[in-house]
Design a protein. Structure first.
Length: 278
């Protein structure tokens, strides 16, 4: 792979950590953001010349703009990977206002502002690749995960629009939609609302998924990270990339259901048009 500089958010764990480690092993330069540098001291020590650690909370929009401006004055940002995020589980009624605001600020607004901050520099240099870590939960929704789906459905719509806006500048956009993986996202950083017994049932089915005793997720984060890295060299950039056979199966099934639903509304949709010639 040609030597490049990658800007990656949330590199202390999960996909961000796996992608960063593999890139550094390949001799690439990674500017990685974390909230706590203690978790990446080993990378700082092992790769002093190619790993640049920056402290950032993606909820802090002015800090995002300031960081990107400073980095872009020192480096050419070839690839942006928006990885920072977390899962929030609980029925919509169970979530507090603070929890709602925080996950939107982290999983949606933070990614939007990172992309907006990097765009002028990639446009000026007439090349770049933006990789948005989403989830197959950006296409398929389950009970007990409404705000996570809201963020992921939202960022996917944003990225699909941006991809069309920046294609003329040789900037590619890829939305990565992983299925369940054995990362800290599921088995450490996931947050659960203050549950209400009335929602015991489908809305709380996620509790079984979050317990490793019930079986581990099928996805291998190292293999997934390798596929994500490889996507940066594909031309044209794949707009959607589903990782995990179960995730792909469920995504296709939901999309087919959605298409059938819309096709069933042909007469209804036409009934609201002005008659031909009017």
């Amino acid at each position: 792979m040609t030597k490049q500089t990658w800007l990656i958010t949330g590199v202390s764990s999960g996909f961000g950590r796996s992608i960063t480690t593999q890139l550094l092993a390949q001799g690439q330069t990674v500017i990685g953001t974390v909230r706590n540098t203690a978790k990446v001291q080993d990378l700082i020590a092992k790769f002093p010349n190619t790993f640049i650690c920056e402290t950032l909370d993606v909820m802090d929009v002015p800090a995002i703009h300031a960081l990107v401006d400073r980095i872009a004055n020192e480096h050419t940002i070839d690839v942006l990977v928006n990885n920072a995020g977390y899962g929030l589980f609980g029925a919509a009624e169970e979530l507090s206002d603070k929890e709602v605001d925080k996950i939107i600020a982290t999983d949606l607004t933070g990614s939007i502002q990172m992309i907006r901050s990097v765009l002028p520099y990639m446009r000026d240099q007439q090349h770049g690749r933006m990789i948005q870590i989403s989830s197959y939960g950006g296409q398929v929704a389950y009970p007990g995960n409404s705000m996570y789906h809201a963020a992921k459905f939202g960022i996917e719509g944003f990225c699909e629009s941006v991809a069309q806006e920046v294609a003329a500048f040789n900037i590619g956009v890829t939305i990565v939609e992983p299925g369940g993986a054995r990362t800290e996202f599921r088995y450490g950083s996931a947050r659960v609302a203050d549950l209400i017994p009335a929602y015991d049932g489908p809305a709380h089915a996620f509790m079984k998924m979050l317990d490793p005793a019930n079986g581990l997720a099928p996805g291998d984060p190292e293999r997934m990270a390798a596929r994500i890295i490889e996507s940066a060299t594909q031309t044209p950039a794949p707009l959607h990339m589903v990782l995990g056979s179960e995730a792909l199966k469920n995504t296709i099934q939901r999309l087919e259901e959605r298409i059938a639903e819309y096709k069933g509304e042909t007469e209804l949709a036409a009934s609201t048009d002005f008659p031909a010639g009017e």
